[in-house]
Design a protein around this ligand. Structure first.
Ligand code: 5GP
Length: 196
């Protein structure tokens, strides 16, 4: 773990935003936290992309139509939203996040960089964590190893990943995802760190 801003008031940050390049393992790290740290609430995003095999509505995502996503945007229901990989829209429903924070429960958003920047503007006291790969070669290996995307989609995602890697200095702290459990535990420790 490295910190780019040691002065951030981490202990008071009830909301944590986890971002990082495509295929770095954000989903695996949040799944680890979901399974091992029930004290932490993880936001379920809305998306206009179709479910992958095994994905459950309301658990992995809220899978919504374009019209429903439009309505959520118009009604101000999303804390942030973005078009990811130039394909589908993803957004964080605002209500549940506010409810969890009001109840004092640590909340985690696993979102893309554009979304993280929006939250930075609207909730600057949140803790912004950048999940990074051990190396570029390892990131490419993970991206191709997943094997669920077409060649064109992989190229698109690599381009996005390059841009996203360059954003690391914008974040409060970085966590290297060499191994899921270690990265997950580091993230949880940052989230629940007591105020100084
Ligand atoms: P996937 O389609 O592979 O599940 O996710 C693609 C990307 O969308 C990931 O980088 C993930 O972090 C991002 N993403 C998921 N939910 C949200 C969200 O609510 N807002 C934003 N801005 N990005 C999201």
């Amino acid at each position: 773990m490295t910190s780019s801003d040691a002065d951030h008031p981490r202990g008071r940050a009830r909301l944590t935003v986890l971002a990082g390049p495509t295929a770095v393992g954000k989903g695996s790290v949040s799944a680890y936290i979901r399974d091992h740290h029930p004290e932490i609430w993880i936001s379920v995003s809305a998306t206009t992309r179709p479910p992958r095999p095994g994905e459950v509505h309301g658990q992995h995502y809220w899978f919504v139509s374009d019209a429903e996503f439009d309505r959520m945007v118009e009604d101000g229901e999303l804390l942030e939203w973005a078009v990811v990989h130039r394909k589908a829209r993803y957004g964080t429903p605002r209500g549940p996040v506010e409810e969890m924070l009001a109840a004092g429960r640590p909340a985690l958003l696993e979102i893309d960089l554009q979304g993280a920047r929006q939250v930075r503007r609207s909730m600057p006291d949140a803790l912004f964590v950048f999940l990074k790969p051990p190396s570029w070669e390892e990131l490419v290996r993970r991206l191709i190893g997943r094997g669920t995307e077409s060649e064109e989609e992989r190229t698109r995602r690599l381009e996005t990943a390059l841009v996203e890697l360059a954003a690391e200095p914008e974040f409060d702290v970085s966590v290297v995802n060499s191994e899921i459990q270690q990265a997950g535990e580091e993230l949880v420790a940052l989230m629940v760190e007591p105020s100084a």
